[in-house]
Design a protein around this ligand. Structure first.
Ligand SMILES: [Cu+2]
Length: 196
């Protein structure tokens, strides 16, 4: 909802606003009224209703307030205002009506370690044995490879990368200590990743 689709602001102050459940029931009823865009209750108990462009909700609002059990003699609905001027809404009202977003907590970026290594692909893998530390993710940058070496497989991780067009970076999650073989697409050329 944007302010340019809403022109009318109504403020309702029924008498016994201390009765929270009656006030909540009333806001539910008010939301059902055709032409109502949004309803909220401010901290001081004022019910704020935003009405759609060109609608006059005053009679419907009075009927709903009376039907909710409030004494009509104590009901006061503020004069229609023009909300196209956003200054007619307080910040609290605008926030309650969903017209401004809640301030968000800043988030600090996580510092993540990664181990990077380059493998040159010629008629084999250079290096063909890669030593990494266990517990830290690994990125292996393979250079372009063709023919037999046009694909590289790390079958334990379900990795099958195409190296034919510019190579590829293989990303492997943090490993348990162990030996992890890799090979070309035909299992003819082999390499070994060792996590220590
Ligand atoms: Cu091959």
């Amino acid at each position: 909802m944007a302010l340019d689709t809403v022109t009318e602001v109504y403020r309702i102050r029924p008498s016994n606003l201390s009765c929270r459940s009656a006030r909540e029931l009333l806001t539910i009823t008010l939301r059902e009224i055709p032409g109502t865009e949004a309803v909220s209750v401010t901290d001081d108990g004022t019910i704020v209703v935003l009405g759609r462009l060109g609608t006059d909700l005053r009679d419907a609002l009075v009927r709903a307030v009376v039907a909710a059990g409030f004494d009509p003699g104590t009901v006061r609905i503020a004069q229609v205002e023009h909300a196209l001027d956003p200054s007619s809404l307080t910040f609290e009202e605008a926030r309650g009506l969903g017209l401004v977003s809640e301030p968000k907590e800043p988030v600090r970026a996580e510092v993540q370690q990664v181990q990077r290594v380059r493998v040159h692909v010629t008629d084999g893998y250079d290096p063909d044995t890669i030593l990494v530390s266990a517990g830290i993710p690994v990125e292996i940058e393979f250079s372009e490879g063709h023919g037999c070496l046009g694909r590289v497989l790390f079958e334990q991780f379900g990795i099958d990368e195409d190296l034919e067009s510019g190579g590829a970076t293989v990303r492997i999650p943090a490993l348990e200590p162990g030996t992890y073989p890799f090979s070309c697409g035909m299992h003819m050329v082999h390499g070994t990743l060792i996590a220590e």
